[in-house]
Ligand binder design. Structure first.
Ligand SMILES: Cc1cc2nc3c(=O)[nH]c(=O)nc-3n(C[C@H](O)[C@H](O)[C@H](O)COP(=O)(O)O)c2cc1C
Length: 284
């Protein structure tokens, strides 16, 4: 037996392999294919205060070595999530990292307040980087000041116990300064990277393929961007744990992110082709 255990802040995980937020919902579908206890943790789909339908269809397109999506944070809302999804995951003895997303600084703090009293959570991932929310002016992760204020609000609401992992966007010029800002504001760790803002045009209709026009690129196409982002941030902030993700589809890919500086690796897009990919990657 090889000890693959890792830590993110004060949270311990038996394996460095995690699901990627939004690619395994709240784990139920994945549990048909893998034993959720075998992986590091399930990172849940980013949940918002209210239920959401998400964006217009089509919401996905295949691209060279990847895919583009504009789901638009469809979900049940935090109350349903805490009443049904989280207790189910806890009953399965899965470790859980809850991902939250908001449209205002206050919404993030409200979500943190609700999550604070829920049992069975290992860490909170704060998605400040999803490019799919309706209001394009509110991509917190592209604004150093807004990023800091979100994490500051979550930290103050949460108190000291639960580790906060701030999930950042690669769609910025100076990622290190954003990373420093959220760490100063109280993030214990960083998740790198969210999808890369992109677009596909349908040549038959001559219009944007996605209902939401733009979407997030994921899969192997973005792995070199993830490696670069993790490397740069780890070099600047070597003591801050990084959960890396972006195009990991094999054990070697996961190792590349770990060599760049990640302490854990999330698997997203690969699980759409093979729901058991995370276990294969872990074994490799
Ligand atoms: C369909 C889909 C939905 C996603 N939803 C979320 C989300 O709700 N919150 C979030 O932080 N990231 C979300 N992501 C981004 C992934 O968690 C991950 O950061 C990104 O896809 C890169 O990893 P991958 O190439 O392994 O998929 C989503 C990605 C995909 C493909």
């Amino acid at each position: 037996m090889i000890d693959l255990s890792t830590t993110l802040g004060n949270a311990w995980f038996p394996s460095p392999l995690f699901t990627a937020s939004g690619c395994a919902s709240s784990g139920k579908e994945l549990a048909q294919f893998i034993d959720l206890r075998e992986i590091g943790a399930v990172v849940t789909k980013s949940v918002m205060s209210k239920p959401r339908h998400g964006r217009a269809t089509p919401r996905m397109a295949e691209t060279p070595s990847g895919m583009i999506n504009s789901i638009g944070l469809q979900g049940p809302g935090i109350d349903q999530f805490l009443a049904h999804d989280l207790p189910w995951l806890v009953s399965q003895k899965a470790r859980v990292i809850v991902s939250i997303a908001g449209e205002t600084v206050e919404e993030y703090a409200t979500l943190a307040r609700k999550v604070r009293s829920a049992p069975g959570i290992s860490a909170l991932e704060v998605n400040i980087s999803c490019p799919n929310v309706e209001n394009r002016g509110l991509v917190f992760a592209c604004d150093p000041d807004a990023s800091r204020r979100v994490i500051d609000g979550v930290r103050k609401t949460l108190g000291g116990e639960l580790p906060i992992i701030a999930k950042l966007s690669p769609d910025v010029t100076d990622l290190v300064s954003i990373a420093k800002g959220v760490v100063d504001a109280g993030a214990d760790g960083l998740a790198l990277i969210n999808t890369v803002l992109s677009m596909v045009i349908n040549l038959d209709t001559m219009r944007p393929h996605l209902g939401g026009k733009t979407g997030g690129l994921s899969g192997p196409a973005i792995r070199p961007i993830a490696v670069r982002a993790i490397y740069q941030v780890h070099e600047a902030l070597p003591a801050v744990p990084i959960l890396g993700m972006g195009g990991v589809a094999s054990g070697r890919d996961a190792l590349e992110l770990i060599l760049a500086g990640a302490k854990g690796v999330s698997v997203g897009t690969a699980s759409f082709g093979d729901p058991a990919a995370i276990i294969t990657i872990q074994n490799e």
